[in-house]
Design a protein around this ligand. Sequence first.
Ligand SMILES: Nc1ncnc2c1ncn2[C@@H]1O[C@H](COP(=O)(O)OP(=O)(O)OP(=O)(O)O)[C@@H](O)[C@H]1O
Ligand SMILES: [Mg+2]
Length: 325
Amino acid sequence: MSEAEPQERGREVWIEKYRPQSLDEVFGQEEIVSRLQSYIAKDDLPHLLFAGPAGVGKTTSATAIAKEIYGDDWRENFLELNASDERGIDVVRDRIKNFARSSFGGHDYRIIFLDEADALTSDAQSALRRTMEQFSNNTRFVLSCNYSSRIIDPIQSRCAVFRFAPLSDEAIAGQLRAIAENEGIDVTEDGLDALVYAAAGDMRKAINGLQAASVLGGTVDEEAVFAITSTARPEVIEEMVRTALDGDFIAARSKLDTLLTEEGIAGGDVIDQLHRSVWEFGLSDREAVRLMDRIGEADYRITVGANEQVQLEALLASLALEGEE
Ligand SMILES: Nc1ncnc2c1ncn2[C@@H]1O[C@H](COP(=O)(O)OP(=O)(O)OP(=O)(O)O)[C@@H](O)[C@H]1O
Ligand SMILES: [Mg+2]
């Protein structure tokens, strides 16, 4: 999904300014937070595997754990690495070894946070697993990934696995309200709804959207949000689908064209929006199932490299054809 980045100079980036400093402040992941807090309370931290989509609090929770365990010394006891480091797994392993071996005072173990662990090949993961074992007496690993199914079983079985879900609309709206108030920004209710819709469970995207829209000056309303987040209005998507189902391919195609070329919305994002709204269009079960089937096919083809516009047009065409039957 495309993400609006705030451009303004001299102003802090809000996703950092409002990043929760403690587990208490992590919104909308109550169950995960309370399990993590109980490990900390018992001073018994296992290796952890955090899985889930972007912008839901994985990195934030990992740093919050370190801050709670080590207080002001957290930076010396917490190493953040990215597994997709282009210099390769050997560099990552060297850094892990250096960090785990260097002497340190006070604490029983240090924490290594390995982001994008699912970017490692299974060979690299096997090597990582040996490294984890080698240093398990004084190191705890927190692995973060989008898909836990891409992590080899021997690693999964060594970790307590936490599945972070997309954040609820309420969690996102609550945080956006708090930030808007603190920054003295006027946000209309429809502006807030639009931010929540465009974010689709991703808090980073929601906060970036709010900051980007506020940079325009004035009140943050629906208009500003849809313009800045390159998200189509849900009504427009619905109209396009209905037109196709009514058998008018030419009109449906021209609505699609407006989205892709005039509004600059990415084809993949149109697919995501379609997917999220299928059940909200009030279609008959049969129509919804057919649409879902076609979305799945177009999504797959786009993922393996097919032309987005062709796939979306083919989707509309098949809805229009079947609508006529
Ligand atoms: N649960 C949450 N509560 C409050 N703020 C959050 C939450 N999740 C994310 N944020 C906000 O979004 C920003 C990004 O979150 P974070 O870095 O934790 O995402 P992530 O889950 O690690 O995503 P990625 O998979 O992209 O690395 C944070 O700095 C914070 O401002
Ligand atoms: Mg992260």
